[in-house]
Every structure is written in C-alpha cells, then in structure tokens.
Design a protein around this ligand. Structure first.
Ligand code: HEM
Length: 496
C-alpha cells in the first residue's frame, strides 16, 4: 500500500521533507519555501501554557452506569434517572504541585476529575483523592500554591515556605495529615479513591434540595508506596502512574470505581457538629453512610494525548439541572477560577474542543455567544446572534430555574463561625492509624520538616500537630530535636 501524500497545513502536497529550498546548493533559504516556514512556525507555537496546578496528568475515556433506582428520589439529573443508563465520561488524574515533567510518585494529593457527557450538558466532578482540602477560603489559594512551587530567588522547592504557610494555617492540619500518611503516595491512579471533597446540592423533580458529598471508591482497592518506594519509583520511572493507566487499559483492563453519595437533609446543615460546607472537614460515615448511585469504568485510552488530555478543561461550574453549588466558599471561588483559567490556557472557545464539547446534548450547544479565537463549530451559522429575536432562535425556559434559597446577614469578610475545631478530625485520624502507620507518618513529616532552616517555623508547624494529638506532637519534637516545652508554650500562646 502506498503511503498517503504528506501535505502542508493548507493541504498542499509536499515533494521533499528533508531539504529546504535554497538559492544554489550553498545559498541562503528562500522565503518562498512555505513547506519549511509552515513547519517551523507551527513548531515554534507547539506549547500552550501548562496548568498552573495539576500540570502532570493522565486521562482515559469510559462510562458511568446507574445501578440503583433510588437516585431520582434525591436528584433530577437525567443521567441518573434510570437503572442501567450509561453516560460517556472522560477522566483525568494528576499530581498537583509539580510541573508537566515532574514525577508521578511525588508526595502530593492526586487530582481526580471526571467529565460526564450528559444529555443536559457536561457535568464535571473536579475532585481529589482526599475528602478534605488544606484551606477553606479561596483567597488563600494562590498563596498556598506559591508555597509548593519554587522559591522566587533560588528556583528550588523550599520547605521553609511550605511549613511557614501551613504552620499559620491551622485548618490545613487535617489534609496535611493525609498528605504525609501512606495515602500521600498512591501506587497508581487505579489504586486510589476520589472525592468531590466539597458539599454539593442535589435537587429532585419536586424541587426538594439535599446536601451531598460524592465518593469514588476504587474497586482495585487502595495501594500506596512507602516514602522509600516512591523515591525509588521517581528515579526509575517518573511516569509510572501514567504508564500504569495506559498499559492496563491497552491490555483490556477496566479500572472501575463505585460511585456513592453521603446524603444530608437540607435542614440538618445548621445542626451538624461540624460546618458541612467547610472543606477541611469530613462528614462522619456513621452519621451519613455511603449510598451507591453509580459505577465508573475506564475502558478506552486517548488516541492523542495533547488533543484529549492536555486540552481537557474541567470546571466545578459545569453543572446540570439537579446538581447545584453549596455555599462552600472554596467551591464558590472555584466556580469562577476554572473557566477563567481555561479562557487563558485554551481560549474563549475552549468548549468547542472535541474533548470538552457537550456532544451528548441533542442538537448541540445553542446560544448567542459568537466569534472569538478558534470559533470552529460553525459559529451559529446564519442564525440570529441576539435574544430576544423574531427568527426562532433558542430561548430560556423557566422550568430550569435553580433551587431558591434564603441568604441573610452582613456583607463582610468573615470566617466560618460554626463550631469549628480544626484539630479533632486530624487527631482522630492519627489515633486510628496502626503503630506501623503512625511511625511512617511521623518519619515522613520529620523527613520533610528537617529541611526547614528556621526554628520558629518548625515549632509553629509542630504545634498544630501537638494540638491534634499530644503523642504525635511529642514524637515530632523528638524526631526534629525540638524541646517539646517550646511547642507547648507556643501552642498556648498562639491559640491558632
Ligand atoms: C479556591 C480553590 C481552588 C482554586 C482557585 C483552584 C484552581 C485551579 C486551577 C487554576 C487549575 C488549573 C486548571 C486548568 O488549567 O485546566 C486547577 C486544577 C485542578 N484542581 Fe483546583 N483549585 C482550587 C481548589 C481545588 C480543590 C479543593 C480541588 C479538589 C477537591 C481541586 C482539584 C483540581 C483538579 C482535579 C484539577 C485538575 C483538573 C484537570 O485534570 O484538568 N482544586 N485548580
């Protein structure tokens, strides 16, 4: 079979791909050599900005299936409305702090983002492999992320920056405890759970609202590396999780997760002993047990990494009727931040890129947005570009109004005021660990904190763990050579 003819980007056949066109054998290159200029100019523009966080990732296609008929009792979203109904999905897993070339085995939370291509538009679940987060106000996010990136002068990762910020951010103690436990270094993307972390609102067909948290439970089960194994894997194969996902699916494996909710009656939110919208807290499974609503299966690798994985654009604000935001302040900040960063990274028409396009919507997207870079889907054709109009253009329908809710109080910068102890849950987590797991946890923390060169930063950071559990605080002091009395004094004085 003869090979297809190579063409320029304008489709014109190319005679020779090895020699540029010169004036004479040794002469300069001619500007009329479009074949060369087309090739070089495109190459010069190959890189798009990498994601400011979660830059290193891997993705796969699959489906979501509804196993139970109960879900419509709580949520009217059509993709949940029938037993056996299948919705196509695309999932991207990632590390958070490292650059695009960083190692998959670094100690870091893992991103767990799922795009559901539903008939009512795309629903994106943009979660992590941890049920909580480091902070609970979006105004802290850029500062927090800067502490995980490179020092502005040395261009190196800097434990002083990391622990300086976290020591002064007591609400981070819970997530930091998960991060430095065995779960901070998952063996692969298949061997970890996923969580919405945030509370979302479900609304049923009668307009009744519920609060929910989403859980994706790995059917393979959780498996983690020890710190030593993770460090070894970083050297041997920095792409280990990416490779594992691709090869598993290429060999016919179908990584799967059970999808469940924790369900809270709307009115219970004010009564619960933790603020249910504070993303640094979990809801106890005893109070709110998991209820299965689906199963997620990954069964198809991307054909092209850049087209499908690098250009994937998830946003917590991509919701469908029946799924709405909660007042979680972090979630509220994220509703803005993701489409904003996509407009910067991919352009204003990022939803027209095939992996992001809500292709399951019958008749496609219909609105009056026009033009902008890369308007490639026909741009509304000859239809009207304003509303209201007299030419049969799409119109809003009041039946899609979101659930109405009361708000009251002063507009001001105010912290969460619910009874909000930041140390109970991380303390409980520590006390639940086996003795071996405790030792690894302490050793992981001591290993990282040993890089801190300023004693006050160490003492302040340890005081948060001391407040979570005295034994944990004392063991950290011992490992770091700190006098526990300094920590006790600091903990009493700081009242952080
Ligand atoms: C106010 C807090 C937050 C802000 C402002 C924020 C912002 C961002 C930004 C700008 C990106 C890059 C997106 C891109 O370029 O495609 C990103 C990615 C991501 N974030 Fe956040 N983030 C926040 C909190 C969180 C939380 C709490 C979670 C999990 C519960 C989370 C999970 C993710 C995931 C999974 C990705 C990667 C999505 C992908 O695979 O493309 N983020 N975030």
């Amino acid at each position: 079979m003869s090979a297809p003819v190579l063409t320029t980007s304008s489709g014109s056949p190319i005679d020779n791909n090895l020699n540029s066109m010169t004036a004479g054998v040794n002469g300069p290159i001619l500007i009329q050599d479009f074949t060369l200029i087309d090739k070089l100019a495109h190459f010069d523009r190959e890189r798009i900005p990498e994601r400011v966080v979660h830059a290193k990732g891997a993705g796969a296609h699959g489906y979501f299936e509804v196993p139970s008929s109960d879900v419509p009792k709580w949520c009217k979203a059509k993709f949940l409305n029938k037993v056996g109904k299948r919705t196509p999905i695309f999932t991207r897993f990632s590390t958070v702090g490292g650059e695009k070339g960083s190692s998959d085995s670094e100690r870091d939370p893992r991103g767990f983002a799922v795009k559901f291509y539903t008939e009512e538009g795309n629903f994106d679940m943009v979660g992590n492999n941890t049920p909580v987060f480091f902070i609970r106000d979006p105004s802290k996010f850029p500062d927090f992320i800067h502490t995980q990136k490179r020092n502005p002068q040395t261009n190196c990762k800097d434990p002083n920056m990391f622990w300086d910020f976290l020591g002064q951010t007591p609400e981070s103690t819970h997530q930091v405890s998960i991060l430095f436990s065995d779960r901070g270094t998952p063996k692969s993307y298949r061997h970890m759970h996923g969580f919405s972390s945030h509370t979302l609102k479900f609304v049923n067909a009668q307009g009744k609202p519920y609060w929910v948290k989403l859980h994706f439970t790995s059917e393979t089960g959780i498996q983690n590396y020890t710190a030593e194994e993770a460090a070894k894997m970083s050297m041997n194969d920095p792409d280990s999780a990416t490779r594992d996902l691709f090869e598993t699916i290429a060999k016919g494996g179908e990584p799967a997760w059970k999808v469940s909710i924790q369900l809270m009656e709307f009115e219970d939110a004010l009564k619960y002993r933790f603020n249910p919208f504070d993303v640094t807290k979990i809801w106890s499974h005893k109070d709110y047990p998991l209820i299965q609503i689906g199963r997620m299966v990954l069964n198809r690798n991307p054909e092209n990494y850049f087209a499908e994985v690098e250009q994937a654009a998830f946003s917590p604000s991509h919701m469908v009727p029946g799924i709405e935001p909660s007042p979680d302040k972090m979630l509220q900040g994220r509703l803005f931040s993701y489409p904003d960063t996509h407009r910067h990274r991919l352009g204003v028409n990022y939803q027209q890129i095939p992996v992001n396009c809500p292709f399951a919507v019958k008749g496609g997207v219909k609105n009056y947005q026009r033009d902008g870079f890369m308007a490639v889907n026909g741009n509304g054709g000859k239809g009207p570009n304003y509303q209201p109009n007299s030419f049969g253009g799409p119109e809003p329908h009041p039946e899609f109004a979101q659930h109405k809710f009361d708000v009251s109080g002063f507009a001001a910068r105010q912290p969460y005021n619910h009874p909000n102890d930041d140390f109970v849950q991380p303390g409980d987590l520590y006390r639940l660990m086996s003795e071996d797991a405790k030792s690894r946890f302490v050793s992981n923390l001591v290993g990282h904190m040993s890089g801190v060169t300023i004693k006050e930063i160490q003492v302040r950071a340890v005081s948060n763990f001391y407040k979570a559990d005295k034994d944990l605080g004392a063991r950290l002091c011992k490992g770091l050579g700190i006098d526990v009395n300094d920590v006790i004094k600091f903990a009493a004085r700081s009242n952080l």
